[in-house]
Design a binder for this molecule. Structure first.
Ligand code: ADP
Ligand code: ZN
Length: 761
């Protein structure tokens, strides 16, 4: 094709990035294009859009030959002029307007053109500079003569000259942002305009990056305790021999303080640090802690930033290799680093590092290690509850291992109280509620001492079950094989898989009786219950529904930190990494949902979550308390949590993994197949399974119906592969690719979707 225009002055990618994309596409069995889509901010992608207009050469008389519907389109175009093809249906209200338009294009009535659309909007700033030479005395005299009798103009001129003098001493550019100068002098832009009309100054606009480098260090490094200093030395020494180190430090042992020291060390070497966190919620508190020490060298990056902001940040990192620390969620892995010296992966065990949908289905922790090695940088993995795979590698010497086993200042890990919900309800004869009397009592005690509490419940919405009392009818999502959750605030039922919303029926659609009821508990309902159980106390809630805006995390966390609210109710978002000094108690309302999940990682996830949530309690001064409600108090995971026995849990879990052939003894790859038509899917999945069995024999399991077997109108089947660790993964993946290609090019399987999930979480 012809080159229409040149988009960028230089490449927007660096070579190591392309290498990383290639690695991801090969390892995770997806297209490089998928990686590109995830990696590059939308604002940097230029799309071409089709525009249509009425052919100016076309004769009015032809109108008679138009159909009625075509005439509507012609009129609309006549009225609007050139417009995007995509808008025609909306503007005319005609169904299939685009198809109709295509016919009119063929007949020569309408003409098309392509236009490149750039979504990115740069930020502009209005600046002032002198139009006369500052060092030329005659010119300056003339300028001051010209403002005689206009004291405001004189004042602005003096302020401008002052400011320019200051700037030139600092080696900065020879102009001043208008807004700053007007604010400092209390003058209006009319005064600047008057100076400009006299030819004394020039007013111009300039594109600016939203993330300008200011590079002021402000704070002091935290003074480390003896144990922390020892760990820091071990890390430095460890990096002489190993590229990857696991920092296994109990919650509140000061891992973050160590990260700060390491970042400082890397900045001083003139290099960049990437600091990955698993949740955006965590960036709020960390940003403050980092900014206190590193000022404006801290850069934040995550999906809640606007497209424009993300582009500016990308450009800033691309063009400016000065040392900085980038704090971000998993996608910050893709930024165009030039001098990466260190990658920190905090809470490395977190499953939210794994992207499940859409492709690339990558684990940011593992990609971070690859990224670091491509830059010759080091990787530090941090966790209080390392993943089984990571700890296994550390014990086997693949990674270095550094341990912090005490909380800072010797604060004890919280006491764990397990409440048997079955037993408790039998004794109390209370109707089943989400909070036992015992948990209510302990909460009230903590609150009355002026302390704060966190109530963790892993279900959002008001009630997860909607049903008819008369006929047991359960409303389901039209697109997915799941029942709907009632959200009271929004006044609707929501599918948590596809987001579809439905009105709560007042009469049952099945038996026509007014007998629809809601059951069970979500965070909204827990919030209401806490509100009435703890009078004169303010309750805050943090879950997906309350954190849709960019600032909502910050507001909720801030209010809670400042004591404006005393109880924080939330989903897994409240379990991780947050540092509140007045929280003395954490309540886990229902541990059963955590430990009973049908998945080989269920125990691992449950242990991590409970240990992490416990980590929020009693971080300063006094020992905290964690209250766990469960109907299975004898579950082995709970006893490991109770004694904060990571090693015991690890041995137990590793045994199970060995016994059932799961990672770290094998690598798991899941194959998902999707189709609108169930029969076709079943047939295709069976064929796929057979084909895989030909190659991999008894390492293939399934096809099976997954936990949720239909999502967004597509039926789903799953095949699992367990490949022994000694096998050549390259060979395995080549084979998997060839099977995929064979099926994708088979015309009889046209609407079948297949994808692989490598190292599922
Ligand atoms: P972790 O990251 O391991 O959970 P943090 O680094 O958040 O632990 O430390 C827990 C708390 O103890 C924080 O509030 C932190 O400010 C404080 N703390 C830890 N180490 C020090 C230190 N050396 N000096 C002062 N405060 C510290
Ligand atoms: Zn749905």
């Amino acid at each position: 094709k012809d080159i229409v225009s040149v988009l960028d002055d230089g490449p927007i990618l660096r070579y190591p990035q392309l290498k990383l994309w290639q690695w991801i596409s090969e390892y995770y069995l997806c297209a490089t294009g998928d990686v590109y889509k995830a990696a590059v901010p939308a604002g940097l992608k230029i799309e071409s859009e089709t525009f249509i207009e009425l052919n100016p050469d076309y004769e009015e008389t032809v109108t008679e030959r138009l159909t009625e519907r075509e005439a509507i389109i012609a009129q609309t175009l006549d009225h609007n002029g050139r417009m995007p093809l995509g808008d025609i249906e909306k503007r005319t209200g005609l169904q299939n307007a685009e198809t109709l338009t295509a016919k009119m294009i063929e007949k020569g009535i309408v003409i098309v053109s392509e236009k490149l659309v750039e979504r990115y909007r740069s930020k502009k700033e209005t600046c002032l500079r002198l139009a006369v030479d500052r060092n030329d005395d005659t010119a300056m005299h003339a300028a001051f003569d010209a403002v005689k009798g206009a004291p405001k103009q004189e004042k602005l001129l003096i302020a401008l000259i002052d400011s320019l003098n200051k700037r030139s001493r600092n080696g900065e550019c020879d102009d001043v942002p208008r807004a700053a100068l007007l604010e400092a002098t209390g003058l209006s832009s009319a005064i600047a305009a008057a100076l400009a009309s006299k030819g004394i100054i020039e007013i111009f606009t300039r594109e600016i990056n939203r993330f300008r480098y200011l590079g002021t260090d402000i704070g002091q490094l935290p003074v480390l305790s003896e144990a922390q200093n020892k760990a820091l030395d071990e890390i430095h020494n460890g990096f002489l021999e190993k590229d990857i180190i696991l920092l296994h430090g109990v919650t509140s042992s000061g891992k973050t303080e160590l990260y700060i020291h390491l970042i400082d060390y890397v900045l001083k070497k003139g290099e960049q640090t990437l600091f990955l966190v698993p949740e955006i919620a965590l960036t709020t508190q960390l940003t403050r802690r980092l900014q206190k020490v590193f000022g404006n060298k801290v850069i934040i990056y995550h999906s809640k930033f606007s497209d424009n902001e993300r582009v500016d940040l990308w450009k800033r990192i691309l063009h400016d290799s000065r040392p900085c620390v980038i704090l971000g969620a998993r996608s910050s892995l893709f930024l165009p680093f030039s001098k990466l010296g260190l990658v920190i992966v905090d809470e490395e065990h977190e499953s939210s590092y794994k992207q499940f949908d859409p492709a690339p289905r990558y684990n940011a922790r593992d990609c971070a290690i690859v990224l670091a090695s491509m830059h010759g940088a080091k990787t530090l993995l941090g966790s209080a509850t390392p993943s089984i795979e990571t700890y296994y590698k550390a014990l086997n010497g693949r990674y270095g291992l550094v341990t912090l086993s005490q909380r800072f200042e010797g604060v004890q890990l919280p006491a764990i109280k397990i409440i048997d919900t079955v037993d408790e309800r039998r004794r109390q004869r209370t109707a089943s509620g989400p909070m036992t009397a015992e948990m209510g009592r302990l909460s009230r005690e903590a609150l009355s001492r002026g302390e704060q509490i966190i109530l963790f419940h892993n279900r959002r919405g008001y009630a997860p079950v909607v049903t008819c009392r008369q006929c047991a009818y359960v409303p389901k999502c039209q697109n997915c094989d799941v029942s709907l959750t009632y959200h009271k605030r929004a006044g609707e039922m929501v599918c948590h898989y596809c987001g579809a919303t439905y009105k709560l029926p007042s009469i049952c659609p099945s038996c026509k009786e007014p007998a629809i009821e809601v059951h069970g508990y979500g965070t909204e309902r827990i919030e209401d219950i806490a509100d009435s159980a703890f009078p004169n106390v303010k309750i805050a809630r943090m879950d997906l529904d309350t954190t849709r805006n960019k600032d909502s995390y910050e507001n909720i966390i801030d209010d809670f930190s400042k004591g404006k609210s005393q109880v924080l109710v939330g989903t897994q978002m409240v379990t991780k990494g947050l540092d509140f000094d007045k929280v003395s108690m954490v309540g886990v309302l229902n541990a059963d949902t955590l430990i009973n999940f049908p998945d080989f990682r269920a125990s691992e996830r449950a242990f991590n979550m409970l240990e992490q949530v416990a980590g929020r309690a009693g971080r300063r001064n006094t020992r905290g308390l964690v209250v766990i409600q469960t109907s299975q108090p004898a579950h082995p995971i709970l006893s490991f949590v109770q004694s904060h026995n990571y090693k015991g849990y690890y041995e137990h879990e590793l045994n199970e993994r060995r016994r059932y052939n799961y990672p770290p003894y094998t690598r798991v790859i899941n194959v998902y197949l999707k189709h609108r038509d169930l029969d076709r899917l079943i047939e295709a999945a069976a064929r796929y399974g057979d084909k895989l069995r030909e190659m991999f024999g008894n390492r293939v399991f399934g096809p099976d119906e997954p936990h949720v077997a239909r999502i967004q109108s597509l039926y789903i089947r799953k095949i699992m592969l367990k490949i022994e660790i000694s096998a050549s993964m390259r060979k395995v993946k080549d084979l998997l690719r060839s099977v995929y290609e064979e099926f994708m090019t088979d015309p009889s399987l046209r609407s079948l979707q297949v994808y692989y999930d490598v190292d599922p979480m």
